[in-house]
Design a protein around this ligand. Sequence first.
Ligand code: HEM
Length: 417
Amino acid sequence: MLGVALFTALIGGCIYKLITGLRSVRWLPGLRVPFAPMSLFGVLVPTYWWNPGSKWSWEWRQTNFMSHKHEIISIVPFIWGRPAYHVGSLNAIKQILEAEQRRTIKPRDLMVPLLLWGENLISSNDEMWKRHRRIMGPAFSLSTLQVLNKTWNQLEKAMHNLVATRKKELDALGVGGERPDDGVFTRLVSELDEDAKHGLDKGEVIGNTFAMLFAGHETTANTLTATFGFLALYPEHQDQVAAEIRAVLGDEDPTLDTLSALPILQACFYESLRFFPAGVTLTRDVLEDISVTVSRPSHQTICLEKGSRIIIDMVGVHHDPNVFQDPESFKPERWHNVPEHLVSMFGLGPRGCIGRKFAVTEAMCFLALFLRDWEVDIVLQDGESREEYKDRVMTKAGMVGLAFGVGPITLQVSKRS
Ligand code: HEM
């Protein structure tokens, strides 16, 4: 008897949760699931047909968003987690992100892991975000990137000088002294201001240092892995890239000018990033109603209500066949002549990636120098075709460290003739 009562209460609870959830997203069509994908159980329970789990965005990418017939869907859990709007179209994210100031904030509960070392640019909102962005912005300006203009030899010399200078500084400071540094960190420290009215307090300096490592390292590294993987898989693209690098760089070291004259290489990098968007999930809580005009499933305006949660699925957005024709194919040419501000894998609007220029410059520099001298090829298993290799290796993706990307790839490298 007690069992029946408990069971009835449980079912009743689920129905109540489902109905209130559906009401909160205004009955927008979508998935009705036991656990919200971004909740604790949503992550712990693996992806099955009945549970989206943490891998649904990638594993269901071809059929997600109701086979991309909807630009925005709702995911409403009936056991655990909060209902949310899931956005999978470029058109919709443009409308949400480009005018987002004051209309949305980063959800505080989802930012907890990022706050481990203190408030930072990624986690902060409102006035605090403005202060952090104003301080961090100049560290990523073009003039800062000019440092990459130095030739390889100059870099080597600079490194020697740096070591010598550091040695002198450390000797002068003695044990336990404060240690000056160059670059973003120096900028952060120079803005140290314990009241944190205009500058940053110590926690924020540390928080932002961590944020740079968090946001800047594995994102670029994973995209480089994917770029090498695709170029090894498709030698015709690699040959074009190598010819371009030879023609533009010759035997010279890259400069900002020559790096920007490598559109074929850049397109390969962007296409790899489209395939595996390293910043895979962008989250927002809605502060003011947002109207988004969509054309799928029909032309209509969807109101994302104040108090609701938005989850932007960057895999969904960048594998949408309505925008990226034949999305499962590697087609770098789709990025030829696309203006920088339309490269959506770095986010859009005021909260777009602050490190975008840095990441692209760093990656292009590495790719250009490597591929000028070395050829990469895939390692096939016995009797395996290149197409089978693609399915085995280049469609396995997930979180690699703190960013999304393809798993480990084994390549063979030989000297370019
Ligand atoms: C391929 C490399 C990278 C990709 C794909 C990438 C992607 C993104 C995306 C999609 C966002 C927007 C997040 C949102 O709207 O919620 C973002 C923001 C951010 N990125 Fe990157 N990123 C990359 C490299 C870097 C690097 C190298 C750094 C710094 C060294 C960096 C630092 C940041 C920071 C601090 C933010 C937050 C900006 C703000 O909220 O104002 N990223 N990134």
